[in-house]
Write a protein that binds this ligand. Sequence first.
Ligand code: 1PR
Length: 450
Amino acid sequence: MILRITFICAVKGLGLIPGVVGRFDSSNGLRVPHIGWNALQTTKETEILDDVGGHHVYFVHSYRVMPTDANNEWISSICNYGDSFVSSITRGNVHAVQFHPEKSGDVGISILKKFLDPSSSSKTKKSAIGKASRLAKRVIACLDVRANDKGDLVVTKGDQYDVREQSNEKEVRNLGKPVDLAGQYYKDGADEVSFLNITGFRDFPLGDLPMLQILRYTSENVFVPLTVGGGIRDFTDGNGRYYSSLEVASEYFRSGADKISIGSDAVYAAEEYLRTGVKTGKTSLEQISRVYGNQAVVVSIDPRRVYVRSPDDVEFKTIKVSSPGPSGEEYAWYQCTVNGGREARPIGAFELAKAVEELGAGEILLNCIDCDGQGHGFDIDLIKLVSDAVTIPVIASSGAGAVEHFSEVFEKTNASAALAAGIFHRKEVPISSVKQHLLQNGIEVRACDG
Ligand code: 1PR
């Protein structure tokens, strides 16, 4: 039997396995949930973890059990996130793992194969293998998806969110087929793949069945986490049938998504929360995180930089910018937008990030309209501002144009992951080169071959 370890607090449990389950402590700067790839240290010989020691596997959880003398004989591997914690246990033919083998690429698939067919395990005796690593920085490939003018669903890519060609025809840019590209990025070593249904704000996603098909087909062959965003909100269709945002998210999860990402609706929820100070429990963010856990809910922020002369000019958090604005302004705030950048809202990225964390977001996808598609690098000021303001993981997005931009964002900010689109779609920089560069700069990443 193989189990995923699921911990429930403040109950005695069955008392079979000695140990106390506790939440990771975020007070010392640790990002909780623990989302991402850590290398395992196997501590004893087992059938299924042969050859896995030292390799990265995918975790997503907020609770863990610590190794002690009392549970030592159960433990088959440990891992490190803040402290050492138990990443798997084994007794007889019972195996339980804290990580997700089904989302751990080739390494996870080999674990599942050995579980199903123990005779495929290597017969050589193994002792403790590998070193429990720190959390690796993630490299994420993002696919902005929408229907083109012929009605085909394509991967597109904008310049500052404008996805139409500059030619007279002004066609939607077509950079490839979503399922094919996602499969390619998985093979290339992407640690996650994100689909953003960028017209979801106007096309109801449950009417947009091709997007659900894309998720289904992709999840058949892509064994790293999949995130999908776009159009997650309450909706009443033309026949008066009401769909809750929870139903929309559930359909995405059933179709193969591991995480959903909310954009516009999270902005409205945060505005309301900051205005009233009340958590109603009714927003899409709160409902979906309550049912599926906050690790399954990403909030995607689409801010635009607004320069000001003095922090007193606005009620939102400003920063002293590293490059002055067009009229020599030394400060800026980051104004959130909705509907794919079409409408600016009276809330800053800093205020939004803190509010959505309180409302139950498990992760933030931090885009930047000014930098999107420009290839000049991530907006370090913005990413530093937001990643220092919250304790949940922040994914830096928009502007990657060279491998150095990835090391820069990890060296100068507390981002947990970096996402890129254009450079991967245009095959300018392969994912393997990004990872090789990060490793050369002492930044831990999962190897491209697992
Ligand atoms: O508001 O809940 O329906 O969600 C809509 C989602 O679609 C949001 O996550 C929003 O960011 C996204 N979106 C809407 N319009 C666009 C557009 O481009 N016109 N895409 C859009 C956002 C930003 C990133 C992009 C990075 C990296 N695109 O997804 O991939 O900027 O690009 P780069 O590496 O080429 O610079 P809702």
